[in-house]
Design a protein around this ligand. Structure first.
Ligand code: PBG
Length: 323
């Protein structure tokens, strides 16, 4: 009755388990998304994302320095403007909040971290869509591309090392790449949000950026039942010059992350998004799960699926735990 095969042997001690562990989770693999609000006197808490705030320019600088000291691989910055309009003009304005804050962070941090910017109009438009609308109220792909090109150049000039086009317009990577190269920013990299699903898990993010969106993004973000389309999006972005690609959200899309990791010749990032964060925080606050163990399990699972990099609101805290 004695089994010859005993997998438990490799689980006997912490040293044994550490030695045979397949998946690494290191601080440098974590990227911290941060929010900066225009005209704030004090950081503004985001109720659905406990522990995450809209920073003032000043607290952003301090928190970014702390995150870099904790060892995070990079920072992804989102701006929340005071005023919005139909064209999202604050996005291309060099004095717009996101561009101003990028300048602050680049002068504070130099090249000690990787500074990334969200290249998308939704925080800046009064209708909350990721692009401009045509006469029928439909998001106009090609008119939006022209603005993304301008926005990307403004962000590169403000000091972003990496641009993250997240609006799911067709051709966005190619247009931004060409615009950057034309003005001499051939060193600025593009982390393409290549695979982005129309997810309910973005809910808390909409609060985080005071989104004005009514309706949904289903005419540009992907249908959650589709997997093949993800590879097509990846292929197009790679052909257009993406330096890194992203899958978003992460937890309900681990199969897609795995497929992307097998397919992609460039680094693959996954975005552990606001709703995924909120669920864990809410359950932990109720004492229903152990917070730190759960967070590390979430992050490890995304790495195990094949993501090289993880954008996560826990980046700084988890980096400190892992150190
Ligand atoms: C678009 C953008 C969104 C997120 C990142 N970039 C919102 C959306 O597509 O609705 C969501 C991130 C999150 O939920 O944590 N600028």
């Amino acid at each position: 009755m004695f089994p010859e095969q005993r997998p438990r042997r490799l689980r006997t001690t912490p040293a044994m388990r550490r030695m045979v562990s397949e998946t690494t989770l290191r601080p440098r693999q974590l990227i911290l998304p941060m929010f900066v609000g225009e005209g704030l006197d004090a950081p503004r808490p985001i109720a659905s994302m406990p522990g995450v705030v809209q920073h003032t320019r000043d607290t952003l600088r301090k928190a970014a320095v702390e995150a870099v000291h904790a060892g995070v691989g990079g920072i992804m910055l989102f701006g929340v403007p005071e005023k919005r309009d139909a064209q999202g003009s604050g996005a291309v304005d060099e004095n717009g909040i996101l561009n101003v804050a990028l300048r602050d962070l680049r002068s504070e941090l130099g090249d000690s971290t990787v500074l990334m910017a969200d290249t998308c109009l939704d925080e800046f438009t009064d209708h909350g869509h990721c692009g401009v609308l045509d006469a029928d109220g439909v998001v106009d792909n090609d008119a939006t591309l022209r603005l993304y090109a301008e926005m990307g150049v403004a962000q590169a000039e403000a000091g972003a090392h990496v641009l993250g086009p997240s609006g799911m317009m067709d051709g966005q990577v190619g247009v931004i790449r060409r615009a950057l190269d034309e003005v001499g920013h051939s060193e600025t990299a593009i982390l393409a949000y290549s695979v982005k699903y129309a997810s309910a898990f973005y809910g808390p993010f909409r609060e985080a950026v005071d989104s004005q969106l009514k309706g949904d993004r289903k005419t540009y973000q992907q249908d959650l039942g589709n997997a093949r389309e993800a590879l097509r999006e990846l292929e197009l972005d790679l052909a257009e010059g993406a330096d890194m690609v992203m899958v978003k959200p992460a937890l309900s899309y681990l199969d897609i992350i795995k497929a992307a990791a097998e397919f992609s010749p460039v680094p693959v990032a996954a975005y552990n998004i606001s709703g995924e964060y909120a669920m864990v925080e809410a359950a932990a606050a109720n004492g229903w799960i152990e917070r730190e163990r759960t967070v590390l399990e979430v992050l490890t699972s995304i790495r195990r699926a094949g993501a090289d990099l993880i954008l996560t609101y826990w980046a700084a805290e988890a980096a400190a735990w892992l150190d």
